[in-house]
Every structure is written in C-alpha cells, then in structure tokens.
Design a protein around this ligand. Structure first.
Ligand code: HEC
Length: 151
C-alpha cells in the first residue's frame, strides 16, 4: 500500500503529459500535495456534499437529502479509475464532465451536473483533503474476462 500514492502520482503525471490538452491552460505542471483523509471527511460533511453523495465503503455520514435524481454514490467500481486530477476537476469545475455512472443510473436523462459551485467557500486545504479522502474509495471494475487465469 505504501507505493499507492507514488503510482497515483505517476498515473496523474502520465495522464497530464499524455493528455490531448497540451495548451497553456492544460493541467500539465500540476502536482497534487497530499491532503488528510480524516479532515477531508469532516469537510465533506461541512460543505454539505452529503446532501447528494454517499461514499462507497464509508459508514456514518449523514444520509442524502436531495431527490434521487441528484444523488450519486462516489467511489466504488468504475470502468475508468479516477486520478487526483479527475477528482479535483469534478469538484471545482463540475461542468467539465459528467460521471458515466451517474449517466447510467439516470438512464441517460442528464443535461448537466446538478453540483453547485463551491469555489468561493471551499478552502484549498479542504479541496485537497476531500480529494485525498475520496480517491482511495474508487476501485477499478474487474474485466469480464481475465487472461491467464484459466486452467
Ligand atoms: C446538488 C447535489 C450535489 C452536491 C451538493 C454535490 N454534488 Fe458532487 N455530484 C453530484 C452529481 C449528480 C454528480 C454526477 C454528475 C457529475 O459528474 O458532475 C456529482 C459528481 C461528483 C464527483 C465526480 C464523481 C465521479 O465519480 O466522477 C465528485 C468527486 C463530487 N461530485 C464531489 C462533490 C463534493 C466534494 C461536493 C461538496 C463540496 C459535492 N460533490 C457536492 C451532485 C452533487
């Protein structure tokens, strides 16, 4: 487990360098300073993210209060594993992309993200702590067929 952040950084760096967006407004050069997961959990409640989100494998959070069409469980098994960069973008720039899991759950009836902007009230430390809290909750969906596991 010790190498996990290193691997994530490598993936993030690779994603940023290999990404198609290489202009001066690309994420290239962004290096994620590790936050604190326990503080992230507290900030997740304080900033009312829990109104719309459960977090896979995390118990004891206040239950969502918004209607089901605005509720999404974060983490769990996903087709494409989220990088720190993906999660930072999802929090501070929600209109940049919509979670494929949410689109599937809403049967495609999604026009835009219902997330309200928090950039004027969230501190940078809270953002980093929240992403550090959420990142390990994502797991890669196992492929339907595993190679080399047969008889
Ligand atoms: C009004 C409801 C609502 C609130 C409040 C809200 N979100 Fe969301 N959030 C959503 C919905 C719905 C999605 C799925 C659509 C999308 O990708 O933007 C989402 C997507 C996300 C994603 C990307 C999920 C993925 O797996 O790709 C992250 C991360 C996230 N929210 C974090 C937060 C954080 C942190 C807060 C609090 C600062 C917050 N959200 C507040 C409704 C909300």
């Amino acid at each position: 487990m010790k190498t996990y952040p290193v691997v994530s950084f490598a993936l993030l760096a690779f994603g940023l360098v290999a990404g198609c967006d290489s202009g001066s407004k690309s994420g290239r050069g962004f290096k994620f300073p590790e936050g604190d997961a326990a503080r992230g959990r507290a900030a997740f409640v304080e900033l009312k993210c829990v109104k719309c989100h459960r977090v896979d494998g995390v118990d004891g959070l206040p239950a969502p209060t918004e209607s089901p069409d605005k509720v999404l469980t974060l983490g769990g098994e996903v087709v494409r594993l989220r990088t720190y960069g993906d999660l930072v973008t999802a929090v501070i720039h929600p209109s940049a992309g919509i979670s494929e899991k949410y689109i599937a759950e809403q049967r495609g009836a999604v026009k835009k993200s219902p997330m309200e902007p928090v950039n004027d009230s969230m501190t940078v430390a809270q953002m980093l702590d929240i992403v550090t809290f959420l990142h390990p909750r994502y797991k890669k969906l196992a492929p339907l067929y595993e190679f080399g596991t047969g008889p």
